[in-house]
Design a protein around this ligand. Structure first.
Ligand code: 2YG
Length: 280
């Protein structure tokens, strides 16, 4: 479980418009549209989002404790998406009680193990790792013009990579999974039903050179070098730190999706709003 550092997230809320514009340039769609695509809906209109009750983001002091700016950044992303979100003044159980007193309908909170969003009315709960995998694949589906019948290399068979595998299969893509721990990819293979669209890659360099569409869902830094990338390469990189080597950044920049929180948080929100969406 990667733990974000304050420096990973401290500029996000000041650059949401620029970030959204970059997504639009790369994928033809906004953050909200990608999150909707990730959960298989057309979208949620602004009025519905504004009409949604308040969302509480509750700092948690357990384990390694609070990450400076984390709750404020999650709140800023939720506000950018058109919802009424606030950080509770208190943390932990006291913060949860405050959220209820302030009539929150959804809460976001993260300890060292799980980062979740829960809809207090419907009981729906979304997990950041699974939502991040889905959100990044939805962005990749838009960015590549559609993953159907495409072969996608997924690096990392952890929670994010696993969600990405099932999401690529849902979009009709074929999946090649590499994990440095080979029984992680074997274990994932056993969980996949349509095995003809699933392959385990055993050699990283060969796998990278043999694929144009890549999901980097592993926490390794700078291992994807210029000779692994082509003029028609596309990379969706939920992994923190970024796996693209600094020498390869310029050539892939316009076909690279990478953020430390935004796509995952947006997809978490859209995953638990059935009661909003179903009202149609
Ligand atoms: O409330 C707080 O400030 C802290 N208890 C938050 C701790 C979050 C720990 N988890 C992570 O840093 C990441 N797993 C968050 C999501 C990363 C998205 N790829």
């Amino acid at each position: 479980m990667t733990r974000l550092k304050e420096s990973d997230i401290d500029r996000i809320i000041y650059q949401m418009d620029q970030y959204n514009q970059e997504l639009l340039n790369k994928t033809g769609h906004t953050l909200a549209e990608i999150a909707a695509h990730a959960v298989g809906i057309k979208g949620v209109d602004e009025a519905k989002l504004r009409g949604l009750g308040p969302i509480a983001v509750i700092p948690m002091t357990c384990g390694q404790g609070v990450i400076g700016g984390f709750s404020e950044t999650v709140t800023g992303i939720l506000a950018f998406l058109g919802t009424k979100a606030f950080v509770t003044n208190s943390s932990d159980a006291k913060g949860f009680a405050e959220a209820l007193e302030r009539k929150a309908v959804i809460i976001f909170m993260a300890d060292d193990e799980r980062f979740i969003a829960a809809n207090l009315k419907t009981g729906q709960c979304s997990d950041n790792s699974a939502a991040t995998g889905k959100g990044y694949v939805a962005a990749l589906d838009y960015m590549t013009g559609g993953l159907k019948d495409q072969s996608v290399l997924i690096l990392g068979a952890g929670p994010v990579g696993t969600a990405a595998v099932f999401s690529v299969l849902d979009f009709g893509g074929k999946v090649h999974v590499y994990d440095k721990n080979s029984n992680a990819s074997e274990k994932l293979a056993n969980a996949v039903l349509d095995r003809q669209d699933f392959h385990v890659e055993r050699e990283l360099d060969t796998a990278l050179k043999g694929h144009r569409v890549i999901v980097d869902a592993c926490p390794e830094a700078e291992f994807i070098t210029p000779d692994h990338l082509y003029s028609d390469s596309y990379v969706a990189a939920p992994g923190v730190p970024l796996g693209i080597h600094s020498e390869a950044l310029a050539q892939i920049q316009n076909r690279l999706i990478h953020d430390p929180l935004q796509l995952g948080v947006a997809t978490m929100l859209y995953e638990i709003m059935d009661d909003i969406v179903k009202e149609d």
